[in-house]
Design a protein around this ligand. Sequence first.
Ligand code: TXA
Ligand code: MG
Length: 327
Amino acid sequence: MSSKIGSDSQIAREALQQGKLVAIPTETVYGLAANAYDEKAVTGIFLAKNRPSFNPLILHVYDVDQAQSFTGEWPQAAVKLAKTFWPGPLTLLLPRDATIVPDLVTAGSPLVAVRVPAHPVTRELLKMLDFPLAAPSANPSGYISPTTAQHVHQQLGDKVSYILEGGQATVGIESTIIGFDQDGNPLLYRLGGLSLSSIEDCVGPLRTARDEHHKPATPGRLARHYAPETAFILGSREALQQRKIDISEKVAILAFEKPWPNIPNEHQRVLSLTGDTAEAARNLFRMMRELDALGLSLILAEEAPQEGLGPAINDRLFRASYDTREM
Ligand code: TXA
Ligand code: MG
């Protein structure tokens, strides 16, 4: 194993203090972290990922107190959500204190995205630092997010100074992003690892945020995203089977619950044999990578049911299928 992967939080701390990039485990996906108050270090994140500078970053903090040190007044619903779900797979868009948070981090927006991650390794690191960590998912822009240290090493190994080992991510998809309207009502910006029903149980009905072109309002939500190299087609099992694609050895299957007959086992993955959407989310990105690595001509992916984390899974699958969609 590369000496760059390890569990020494002191090495991680020193590298971050020196303005270097460190990959950190979180319960959602691995992040590519830098000192959020060091503009040069943050620039390094954009360069390493080849990320457009209009796409802002999430700040990771140890607790609510630290989040309050660089944000303005919080809507009531934000206080309640933070109390209920932090640490956890939830990001909140809060008013930024522009005297502290650099423009680069928020791409000039008056809002800053903040999250308190739950992974014990990263919590230990955050506790030792006196600055928040700016961290997008640790993948090249547009590719599948990493859920293991090895995934990070394969794609960004030469761009980071250290990869903090945290095992397989337990949630497996990125955090749910919630912002607020003028009246403090919660708005959904990105589906993710915290289900909509848990959020609605806490703060009531959620509307989806839209920009002035009626598109989803989060700048990083590009139509093509999470995209494997292999052509990727999404549909219900019936719709996929009706496509009459020659199901020879060239096709890989990402099934939701039941394996496909007549497809060799090594060419398929099943997201959850019990149909559990949380387990499916945990397996999603690893299985997408494994099927992509087979180098076949096509991946057929089955839609998840619209319950639990199903909508968030389908959101990722939909963006992965962008190039093959009939527009
Ligand atoms: O689970 C996660 O959220 C992971 C882990 C590492 O924490 N991070 C993550 O970061 O998914 P990233 O950069 O891959 O996605 C962050 C999303 C982007 O779509 C970005 O546009 C949006 O958050 N975002 C960040 N700051 C924002 C802001 N101020 N206003 C609106 N959207 C923002
Ligand atoms: Mg990402």
